[in-house]
Design a protein around this ligand. Structure first.
Ligand SMILES: Nc1ncnc2c1ncn2[C@@H]1O[C@H](COP(=O)(O)OP(=O)(O)OP(=O)(O)O)[C@@H](O)[C@H]1O
Length: 588
């Protein structure tokens, strides 16, 4: 994905929108702000008091007065430390609370988006939006806006006290300011650019690793380790270079600022020392306090450029997160009918569907399924079999024609109620990290252990689950990698059965299993389809033969439709051809 907004100038609109996120935490935000305002005069009070002590007490020899003011300074130091702690804690608490809310909001929103969004958006992008981009928004609060404000306030406060102490000395100190400004500007731009490079390299590395780790089998099998190692080394070198560039700028900038500060100090001492001697010139106390002021003036300026970059990067991230939140291609769910049970009569009438534009994948489809009937869909790859199931469960919206279930148009149903009466078993079984029980119940609190066990028994999966270490509590690793294909399929069958759907959508796996497992799976499928309407993308001859009707699909059109015995009789029939070439062979 092109990350072009990075080049944009400061975006006030996004900043305001980010600030609005703090509304639920008004009080903490106000506290952080108040502390920022308080900290500036607190910090400058110390050198001012030292100045006073030297001028009014040291020369007079008033030890009692000196002790008193020393205690005042100590007291102020403690107050400042407490305030600084409270400031850091509250601004970070604010940032973290805001991003916690935002993560929930983004996750919820991503969940509600149409599947077509995920067709177009790489997985990595969705994860980046919910994790690292949102994390960067924290910096807008914790390191950005409030600290920048605190720094600016302290600069103003220091300048004010410097000018009131001696405007001449202040002017002398400020003569180096243009150099500092120039250095800061150059640094800010250079660092921004190198951080962009770092980000690009990190993104590259993430994408590379994600793909290679997922496809590790292929990498190892085709002995591609060497090439992959070389590609990785190249990306890794790029990341190192980008990081070193960024560090280099810091290494140049910070000493440069120190140098400019030292020049200021030298000028001040040179001029100040002469001025002390003059009548009406600066006092000795001021001369002692000024180096501290200079330090206080340069320290925030030194980090300000950096913080401004952080703020800007936070805003760029915020803009990307908002772009996800603002997406309106959510699933429309305007239907209200929510039946407890369905009969499962499905009717397609002149249905047309395309994923993109006018590239029709399903063309003028009409067919009917009665209660408890089974329809087997067969056809060559890409003919649109999966697509039919995708529009029945409303993963995608069809464009023309009508689909109804039990005589009610699909869109009049509440989508969640409708889906709760359907179950889907996919060819590529997806298991989540968690126990076998959780993978079957999908953490639905209404599903009991007994229900799961009795469903597993019906399917014929109970035996093998019992034998797993821990049985139903067996910890399934990511995507079920530690289970065999057949075992994963059986678990997905139990998952479907336990929800006791009225309509079953089944994409039969093409992978062949040993004859014994095949027998178990065949039995499981029969159990699953028993007494409910089923649509099966069929690959097993037994399933096809037992189906009430077979649909032969070709390029999105129905070529033949009818029961096995009828279709197999058709001269030059497509089904007959498929049957003789494929299914008979498979069943041998
Ligand atoms: N999400 C999608 N976005 C765009 N086009 C898609 C999408 N999914 C499928 N297609 C296209 O739609 C057509 C039908 O795909 P579909 O998955 O329905 O075929 P299929 O008959 O199930 O194939 P197979 O037997 O290989 O699974 C294909 O040309 C495919 O490229």
């Amino acid at each position: 994905m092109a990350e072009k907004p990075e080049q944009k100038k400061f975006d006030l609109e996004t900043l305001l929108r980010v600030l609005k996120l703090a509304l639920p935490y008004k009080k903490v935000a106000a506290l952080a702000l108040l502390l920022a305002v308080l900290l500036a005069p607190l910090a400058i009070a110390r050198p001012r008091l030292i100045q006073k002590m030297i001028d009014d007490y040291v020369f007079v020899g008033d030890v009692e007065g000196l002790t008193f003011w020393a205690f005042v300074i100590a007291g102020l130091l403690i107050v400042e430390a407490i305030c600084r702690y409270a400031f850091i804690y509250s601004s970070n608490w604010l940032g973290q609370s805001i991003i916690r809310d935002l993560r929930v909001r983004v996750f919820k929103h991503i969940n509600s988006l149409k599947l077509s969004y995920f067709d177009k958006t790489p997985i990595g992008t969705s994860t980046t939006r919910t994790i690292s981009d949102i994390q960067s928004i924290n910096s807008v609060f914790a390191e950005g806006i409030i600290t920048i404000l605190a720094d600016l306030l302290s600069i103003i406060a220091v300048l004010a006290i410097m000018i009131t102490t001696s405007w001449k000395l202040t002017l002398i100190c400020l003569t180096t300011m243009p150099f500092l400004m120039l250095a800061s500007y150059i640094f800010k731009e250079a660092v921004k650019k190198s951080y962009q490079q770092v980000r690009t390299q990190i993104q590259k590395m993430n994408a590379f690793l994600q793909e290679r780790i997922t496809g590790m089998r292929i990498v190892q099998f085709f002995n591609a380790e060497k090439q992959e190692r070389e590609s990785f080394a190249e990306i890794n070198a790029g990341l190192r270079k980008a990081n070193i560039n960024a560090i280099l700028y810091y290494a140049i900038f910070f000493p440069t600022v120190d140098l400019i500060a030292a020049a200021s100090l030298a000028l001040m001492v040179w001029w100040g020392a002469q001025d002390v001697a003059r009548a009406g010139g600066v006092t000795l106390g001021a001369l002692v306090a000024f180096p501290i002021y200079i330090n206080m003036l340069f320290r925030p300026i030194r980090v300000l450029a950096d913080k401004f970059n952080t703020l800007q990067m936070g805003l760029v991230a915020a803009e990307r997160v908002f772009a996800v939140i603002d997406r309106t291609d959510q699933i429309e769910n305007n239907g209200t009918i929510a039946p407890k049970r369905l009969k499962g009569e499905i009717n397609f009438k002149d249905v047309w569907f395309s994923y993109v534009g006018n590239d029709w994948i399903l063309k003028d489809l009409s067919f009917e399924l009665k209660e408890n009937e089974t329809l087997a869909i067969v056809g060559s790859t890409g003919s649109g079999k999966t697509t039919i199931t995708n529009i029945i469960n409303r993963f995608y919206e069809y464009q023309k024609g009508d689909i109804s279930i039990d005589g009610v148009p699909l869109r009049d149903y509440d989508m969640y109620a409708l889906r709760s009466r359907m179950a889907m078993v996919l060819q590529d079984v997806f298991l989540f990290t968690g126990s076998v029980f959780d993978n079957i119940s999908l953490r639905d609190p209404e599903i009991t252990h007994d229900q799961v066990i009795s469903a597993a028994k019906m399917i014929g999966a109970h035996e093998f689950i019992e034998k797993l270490p821990g049985g139903y509590d067996y910890d399934v690793q990511e995507r079920g990698a530690t289970l065999s294909m057949g075992q994963r399929q059986l678990i997905s069958f139990v998952r479907a059965l336990v929800f006791d759907p009225d309509i079953l959508i089944l994409d039969e796996a093409t992978s062949s299993v040993d004859p014994e497992t095949e027998g178990v799976i065949q039995h499981a499928i029969e159990k699953l389809m028993d007494a409910r309407t089923s649509i099966v993308i069929a690959h097993r001859l037994s399933t096809i033969r037992n189906a009430n009707n077979i649909m032969v699909l070709e390029k999105g059109e129905i070529k033949e439709f009818g029961p096995h015995d009828e279709l197999v009789e058709l001269d030059n029939g497509r089904y007959r051809e498929l049957y003789e070439m494929q299914f008979l062979e498979m069943s041998e």
